[in-house]
Design a protein around this ligand. Structure first.
Ligand code: ADP
Ligand code: 5GP
Length: 191
């Protein structure tokens, strides 16, 4: 019999999804600080935003580099979102789970679906905006300089995504008051 009574000590896997601009990164940073959790850094082919740092916010790759990693099976999951590829590096996630850490994946709902299939015990959290107007303001507030068409596409996608997520996410959390939303996420993970 193992010392822990046969239960494995693998850390908790948490998926945090929500429309672009809803506040996922902001919430994640605070949750990571409060819980000492580990935030997975995804790879993407989209251009780096002005305030973003390679290796901290994303691994910014060319499409060729990304496709090579797909061929090598280096992603736990990957998906095309708004015309760009996004993927979760598998090694880092598996290693941290094996060390017993809580690992947070900030990924879209295609990724959430894939993770749920691979890890049925994963906690799937979805962050909702208070309303569409607030969401548009927050996307613009990030100052990544999206053109109006990209902004429109992101808002349209948000509505469809929210409906779909209601079908299979563990919990929906409204990000109106930031502190309250962070607390709800922390409580859901700590349960
Ligand atoms: P996402 O990671 O979901 O794309 P961000 O975390 O980058 O979103 O947040 C988008 C913008 O909204 C940022 O400028 C952030 O400071 C702001 N924001 C996040 N949560 C709140 C909130 N509860 N109230 C007001 N502004 C917020
Ligand atoms: P953004 O370009 O705004 O940073 O992210 C766009 C969308 O891609 C968001 O919904 C974000 O959660 C998602 N995303 C980021 N990384 C990954 C990933 O590794 N896998 C998947 N499936 N989606 C991701």
């Amino acid at each position: 019999m193992e010392a822990d009574g046969g239960t494995n000590r693998s850390g908790k896997l948490v998926v945090l999804s929500g429309p672009s601009g809803v506040g996922k990164s902001t919430i994640c940073r605070q949750v990571v600080r409060q819980l000492g959790a580990s935030l997975s850094v995804s790879a993407t082919t989209r251009p780096r935003g002005r305030r973003e740092v390679h290796g901290r916010d994303y691994w910014f790759l060319t499409r060729e580099q990304f496709e090579e990693k797909i061929r090598r099976g280096e992603f736990l999951e990957y998906a095309e979102v708004f015309g760009n590829l996004y993927g979760t590096p598998a090694d880092a996630v598996r290693r941290q789970l094996a060390e017993g850490k809580t690992v947070i994946l900030e990924i879209d709902i295609q990724g959430g679906r894939a993770v749920r299939t691979m890890f049925p015990e994963a906690l799937l959290l979805f962050i909702l905006p208070p309303d569409e107007k607030v969401l548009a303001e927050r996307i613009e507030g990030r100052k990544r300089g999206e053109d109006p068409e990209t902004l429109r596409r992101r808002l349209d996608a948000a509505e469809r995504e929210i409906e779909e997520a209601r079908g299979f996410y563990t919990k929906m959390i409204v990000n109106d008051d930031l502190e309250k939303a962070v607390q709800e996420v922390v409580e859901a993970i700590s349960q």
